[in-house]
Design a protein around this ligand. Sequence first.
Ligand SMILES: Nc1nc2c(ncn2[C@@H]2O[C@H](COP(=O)(O)OP(=O)(O)OP(=O)(O)O)[C@@H](O)[C@H]2O)c(=O)[nH]1
Length: 333
Amino acid sequence: MVCRGIKTKVARDCVFRSDLDRPPSYLRSMTQTPARAGFVALIGEPNAGKSTLLNRMVGAKVSIVTHKVQTTRARIRGVAIEGASQIVFVDTPGLFRPRRRLDRAMVAAAWGGASDADVVVLLIEAQRGLTDGVRAILDRLRDEPPKAPVVLAINKIDRAPRDRLLGLTQEMAEAFDFAEVFMISAEKGYGTDDLKAWLAGRMPEGPWLYPEDQIADLPLRMLAAETTREKLTLRLHQELPYQLTVETEGWEERADGSVRIDQVVYVAREGHRGIVLGRGGETIKAVGKAAREDLSEFLDRKVHLFLQVKVREKWLDERARFEAMGLDFRDGG
Ligand SMILES: Nc1nc2c(ncn2[C@@H]2O[C@H](COP(=O)(O)OP(=O)(O)OP(=O)(O)O)[C@@H](O)[C@H]2O)c(=O)[nH]1
């Protein structure tokens, strides 16, 4: 089934391209290929084609989530599967040339996401080449080199003549020591399989980060969690507990077209639970109502939102990796 860019209904009904060419899990375990999983930070100027590339790699229109709220954290844009590897793409919002102070702060935080990734992919446009914006990104990569290898993907090669591409490749290689250079057309699908296979091979060995059955609606789950967190922040202001995270634990599409979303607000201490609940539960009730209204509008259907507040002292340690990547919506740091 082909998934088109419907505003609201995204991944649930879509068969992911990668689902089709992936052996079933019992076969994977028989072939003994070690599982791999890791993060890829996709960076580049606006319009470079990040969303298009991502949609091609992941196989569904998943990037709708990104226009919602600009946060300073890296965020998941999609999860691709290639053989035994799970590739979690995160993007780094606001990675542009910062002018205002606030923008600069955002870029600094976004850069943190890139430097913690397992691979960084810099996407540039073939016709535009080494623009000032790309130069600024390269300066930054040189000043604060990420631990991960940086690969260059020259996109939109369908629009650029061959000699232009050769010249540009050379110019880029002189400007920065890339681990690898790929020529792609995200739109036409040229070279994207090679890039994906290369990335898959660079993911660290280890268990997958997300269960297979959650990958499809992962961006929506995260958007929903982020919405609730946003409402909590608005409601509690300074009182917002430092160690707080929201997780969407259930996502059930109902036959009547509505969706039931179950979320847990995790706090680290009993006292924080009281703050989040509010007197007689009024805070959490108001937060739930506001989040439900937003989600309903965004998803364009009726939403039943169920919130629970749980104390889990050690959640920060359990999710250390996600925390490092800024993937759990906490921005209280
Ligand atoms: N011709 C051509 N156009 C492309 C290609 N990849 C992307 N585009 C077009 O470039 C434009 C920008 O692509 P996006 O994927 O939205 O770019 P982006 O980097 O996600 O942009 P931001 O969300 O602003 O950061 C769209 O009109 C795409 O259709 C390509 O390989 N060839």
